[in-house]
Design a protein around this ligand. Structure first.
Ligand code: C5P
Length: 408
């Protein structure tokens, strides 16, 4: 993320317009400067004064299209000032105007004059959202690289529940920061593993670890957004491949090891977010084990430790592991950081039900080259991934040209 960016926030006339006030506050908390543009209909939902006070700048309104006394054309200077234009909420009407390139008020005129990233947070009634015309305009805008966040299913102004509610503010801030993102990983290759592995016992049964794969997928997405070539080695998970990421699907730990070892040679960063099964059944039956044959005696053997093996294979790469712990999380993680000779380890407490395994959220502590652990409070895995990538990319820049770590 580029701290201290200039964000032009367009607010259009939907009930979610009142949330723009909180959005301004959140963007400012993240160190950005925010100026607001309101359409005439937005003023029926929230006053310009509210956004003026919160942003610390006069709000651009429709009548500002006239040059001010200085002769300055404000829609041009606003477009030049902004690093990013975010329209939240964006109504069906404004989506259409943006797609068609109309310039009939301050917002659309500025949007035409602006050539940077555009983030759109649509909000409307389900029926309107589903209209072919709305979806068509959206496709046109996406085709021009607009970042669209939401809408989501939730309570609507009509009193019904359905698709069309504006995305939550955390997701909008995240989308803004992803869209602003430094392309600082262009030319770098990032290898990410995610999800569980499955170790078959017979054709229908297997041993596995709990893992949704979400954290690894979010990291792959964050790295791709920064311009890296990203290869994601995924165990069996039910997730869509993030845009711009190549994916190799594997099932067992040995398949994951073989795929990773092959790809590791070219990697600048290796992130092992997968929950690899430490053991596998020593014998795999090619027929389903039958109950009537009595209780089977399971004998297990160890799987290879993929990450520990990467020190020799990819000594040049930044190697990052995860430690999902239930006891003394930090102590355990520190042990793994040293034993596997990693650059970073990300520790999380998986005994909590509000973070980790099946959750969209996580709270982690990162141990790495800095003496003090770095704590990241509970947040969405996608938001966390962006911050973790900030940390890794910083470390990559620092060690560029420096020798690989040696065991002490
Ligand atoms: O399972 P453990 O807690 O040791 O996992 C720590 C790190 O090591 C994780 O990043 C995991 O992906 C990796 N790991 C591995 N191969 C294994 C077990 C774990 O690469 N067999």
């Amino acid at each position: 993320m580029i701290p201290g960016s200039n964000i032009l926030l367009g607010v259009t006339g939907g009930i979610a317009a009142f949330k723009a006030a909180e959005l301004v506050r959140r963007l400012k908390e993240r160190g950005h400067d925010v100026r607001c543009v309101m359409t005439r209909s937005a003023e029926a939902f929230i006053t310009p004064l509210t956004l003026e006070v919160l942003s610390g700048h006069p709000v651009y309104r429709e009548e500002y299209l006239q040059p001010d006394n200085s002769g300055e054309e404000l829609h041009i200077s606003a477009a030049e000032w902004a690093d990013l234009l975010c329209v939240a909420p964006v109504t069906a009407h404004t989506l259409a105007r943006l797609a068609l390139g109309l310039a009939d008020d301050f917002l659309t005129t500025t949007a035409l004059a602006f050539s940077g990233p555009l983030v759109l947070a649509p909000a409307m009634h389900t029926g309107m959202w589903q209209k072919e015309s709305v979806q068509g305009h959206l496709e046109v805008l996406k085709g021009r690289s607009a970042h669209v966040v939401g809408p989501v299913v939730g309570a609507l102004a009509s009193g019904e529940t359905g698709m069309g509610r504006m995305a939550d503010l955390e997701s909008i801030v995240l989308e803004v920061e992803l869209a602003l993102g430094d392309r600082d990983l262009v030319g770098k290759t990032v290898l990410v593993s995610a999800g569980p592995t499955q170790e078959p016992l017979d054709p229908v049964r297997y041993l596995s670890n709990r893992s949704s794969g979400r954290m690894g997928f979010a990291l792959a997405e964050a790295a791709a957004r920064r311009g890296a070539r990203v290869v994601l080695v995924a165990g069996p998970v039910d997730l869509e491949t993030p845009p711009g990421v190549s994916r190799a699907d594997v099932v067992t730990a040995r398949e994951m090891r073989d795929t990773i070892n092959e790809l590791a040679l070219d990697a600048d960063v290796i992130i092992m977010a997968a929950a690899v099964s430490d053991f596998r059944p020593s014998e795999v039956s090619d027929k389903k084990l039958k109950k009537r044959a009595g209780m089977p005696q399971l004998s297990l053997e160890s799987n290879p430790d993929i990450l520990a093996g990467l020190e020799d294979l990819a000594p040049h790469a930044l190697r990052i592991g995860f430690a999902a712990e239930t006891g003394d999380t930090l102590e355990e993680a520190r042990g793994k950081l040293e034993a596997k000779n990693l650059h970073f380890i990300i520790a999380n407490d998986v005994s909590r039900s509000d973070i980790g395994f099946d959750s969209e959220h996580n709270e982690v502590t990162v141990l790495g080259p800095a003496r003090a652990p770095v704590f990241f409070s509970r947040q969405s895995k996608r938001a966390l991934a962006v911050k973790l990538m900030d940390l890794f990319s910083e470390a990559l820049k620092k060690r560029e040209g420096a020798p690989a770590p040696t065991r002490g």
